[in-house]
Design a protein around this ligand. Structure first.
Ligand code: FAD
Ligand code: UDP
Length: 384
């Protein structure tokens, strides 16, 4: 075990007037742990983010026309954890919202996740829930050991549905064939024999009533928290005094990719604001339309469905997957996990730095999982 500071003899020591904790990143991971450390442990906390806003990838803002948009793609909050929901409820009221997704397949817009209606409408059938269960069983391919994202789907619903709904989308999203990705990726999307067309079935599904950014601002509005935006932590880490660091950026970057770059998938976003046709307030029937087989983008999301905002115009975001750009998704496959573990063991050697969040843990976490990780890390740091 050694300390980060001992590697840099010029680093200023934490002391009177310094910070107890330097938090790198003002996303969910950084903001939650900063709030806990300041309010519950009475610490002086400095939060640094290289972006010029709080909220990390969950940041939202009003565009020039006054529409509330998510610049980094749509974020829908859902969780089964009462602890996480109650914690966040201290900083926001909620707008109940259940997300629905349609997939554009064979000229129709069909419910995704695949459900009874998807199958009946795609194949022109009138199956019941029991019958569709048999339908899936007959179509399913026998897979001895479900390892990849292809295995998951073909073993549940067979090759035709796999090719229509999953193969093209996944190739576009990840730049990899589903057979090259861990099972956990497509396993995020269930298959249903009912007509339930909600994307998520979690106990708590809601959007922050006044947006994510407002929630983050309230979380960070503690007198013991100092927020420094538009600043790379490397520019201040050896100048400002601190005792412990919580780092929530990409873990390979922290170590100046000494073992080689960890792949993170990126996206480019195209935001479009349009005037809905007369008599309509939106242009899509649901929040998100997925495009597994056409277009270069994977999905189009219309924010008014999510936010409930009333406005004469409407704003959509189209997501174009990329290998270059800001890191958004860890890429779950065995060789990447092996590379991550080398960074993880370097991280464990540092006594004065804690790594949390989606990019630092190299885990495909949803927002609630990041909040849960930050809350449990706080407890561990304060009561080791
Ligand atoms: P981030 O939000 O990435 O925060 C890390 C911060 O660290 C960033 O602000 C970054 O600028 C900063 N940083 C990095 N390096 C440095 C540095 N050197 N110096 C200073 N600052 C630095 N989850 C859901 O629950 N529901 C959804 O609907 C959902 N949709 C998603 C859609 C997309 C397109 C993506 C990519 C993710 C989605 N997620 C969703 C996941 C969710 O966005 C993440 O789990 C969550 O935002 C991660 O929070 P974080 O704090 O770990 O990371
Ligand atoms: N997926 C797919 N077709 C779809 C929706 C999802 O193939 O219509 C696959 C794809 O590989 C995607 C993964 O399932 O990356 C997880 O989907 P999810 O909607 O959870 O992705 P996220 O919202 O995290 O981008």
């Amino acid at each position: 075990m050694h300390s980060f500071k001992s590697l840099f003899p010029t680093a200023a020591a934490g002391g009177a007037g310094g910070y107890d904790t330097l938090v790198v990143g003002a996303g969910f991971a950084g903001s939650v742990i900063a709030e806990r450390l300041a309010s519950e442990a009475g610490q002086r906390v400095l939060v640094v983010d290289k972006r010029r806003h709080v909220g990390g990838n969950a940041h939202d803002r009003y565009d020039e026309q006054g529409l509330l948009i998510h610049p980094y793609g749509p974020r829908i909050f859902h969780t089964n954890s009462a602890e996480v929901f109650n914690y966040l409820s201290r900083f926001t009221e909620w707008r109940p919202y259940q997300h629905r997704v349609l997939a554009s397949v064979d000229g129709q817009l069909l419910p995704m996740p695949i459900n009874l209606d998807t199958v009946n409408r795609l194949y022109g059938l009138q199956l019941t829930s029991f019958e569709v269960n048999d339908f899936f069983a007959r179509a399913a391919e026998k897979v001895d050991s479900v390892r990849t994202s292809e295995d998951v789907v073909v073993s549940r619903v067979g090759r035709d549905l796999y090719e229509k709904f999953f193969r093209g989308y996944t190739r576009k999203q990840w730049g990899l064939d589903p057979s090259e990705l861990d099972a956990s990726v497509t396993a995020r999307v269930p298959t249903r024999t009912s007509r339930d067309d909600r994307y998520f079935t979690d106990t708590y599904q809601a959007m922050p009533l006044h947006g994510y950014t407002r929630m983050f601002e309230r979380m960070l509005a503690h007198p013991n928290i100092h927020v420094m935006l538009g600043t790379d932590y490397r520019d201040i880490v050896h100048v400002l005094p601190w005792k412990h660091m919580v780092y929530t950026g990409a873990i390979d970057s922290f170590f100046d990719p000494r073992h080689g770059r960890l792949p993170y998938r990126s996206l480019h976003f195209e935001h479009v604001t349009v005037q809905p046709p007369a008599g309509q307030s939106t242009v899509q029937p649901v929040g998100t339309v997925n495009h597994p087989n056409d277009h270069l983008y994977t999905r189009a999301t219309e924010f008014k469905h999510l936010t409930g905002q009333r406005h004469e115009a409407t704003s959509l975001v189209y997501e174009y997957p990329h290998s270059q750009g800001d890191p958004y998704y860890p890429v779950p496959r065995p060789e990447n996990s092996a590379l991550y573990r080398r960074y993880e063991s370097d991280a464990e050697e540092l006594s004065d730095v804690t790594f949390i969040g989606r990019l630092a843990s190299y885990e495909y976490y949803n927002m609630d999982q990041v909040v849960a990780q930050a809350l449990s890390t706080f407890k561990r740091l304060v009561h080791p």
